[in-house]
Design a protein around this ligand. Structure first.
Ligand code: FES
Length: 248
């Protein structure tokens, strides 16, 4: 397979950046998208050119490090992570546009790498439980009804890749934040800090410059873990109750 790649090149955060066109040939349809970029980089290095900078770690769809806007879609044409996307999802001869996530709270550091530490600060603001866990407790010592356990587990599959923000016209981080709020709010261990958690996380989210949710749903459609949109309803419910009981 042969492709024309239009890749965003930006030397640093201060650089203006531009698209640069590359041609790449003899790509196997079994290759992953990142392997295709690896091959391009080998060719660039062989010509003493600067390789394209992009993020990845596990390459198994687990860590959330990878994330590219591929021809206008977060993570490309499949509902999966960029590292799990394969070249068979494209047609030989295609022109593929590759950009970093575009959102003010995710500044571009170099080429396709963005700084997603805003997500870390939202988690630091409240995405945890403050209990002494000690040794692993007996599995049945804290009963959790199955529907709650299932919903907590589904929400916990969020890998924090940032596709939701990149796909949202408002650059909202609500789906990410709501996944964390729902995950902890469904479990007994998450109850003591439930109100303070949502207040702190929403405050930090807004402080970082993420936009508000207007129920467009692009976030959930782009999410490689298919986090459902209704976690945002859970967050809004928690936020309303927390605001009502907030000491004035
Ligand atoms: S590199 Fe870990 S999810 Fe893609």
């Amino acid at each position: 397979m042969n492709f024309t790649l239009k890749i965003w090149r930006q030397a640093s955060q201060r650089d203006q950046g531009q698209f640069v066109t590359y041609r790449i040939d003899e790509i196997s349809d079994d290759m992953s998208f990142l392997e295709m970029l690896d091959l391009l980089n080998e060719q660039l290095i062989a010509k003493s050119e600067d390789p394209v900078a992009f993020d990845s770690d596990c390459r198994e769809g687990i860590c959330g490090m990878c994330g590219l806007m591929i021809s206008g879609q977060a993570h490309g044409p499949e509902v999966t992570t960029t590292c799990q996307l394969h070249m068979r999802s494209f047609t030989s001869g295609d022109t593929i546009t590759i950009e970093p996530w575009r959102a003010d709270p995710f500044p571009v550091l170099k080429d396709l790498i963005v700084d997603r530490s805003a997500f870390d600060r939202i988690i630091q603001a409240g995405g945890y439980i403050s209990v002494n866990t000690g040794a692993a407790p007996e599995a049945h010592s804290v009963p959790v009804p199955k529907p709650n356990a299932d919903r907590a587990f589904d929400a916990a599959t969020c890998i924090g890749c940032g596709a939701c923000v990149a796909a949202c016209p408002n650059a909202s981080g609500m789906l990410f934040m709501a996944a964390k709020v729902t995950h902890l709010g469904e479990l007994p261990q998450g109850q003591p800090e439930r109100a303070s958690r949502v207040l702190s996380m929403v405050t930090q989210h807004d402080h970082e410059g993420f936009g508000g949710c207007t129920n467009i749903g692009e976030c959930s459609a782009a999410c490689p873990k298919e986090i459902p949109l209704d976690v945002i309803s859970t967050l809004n419910g928690d936020l309303r109750r927390a605001m009502q009981h907030k000491p004035s």
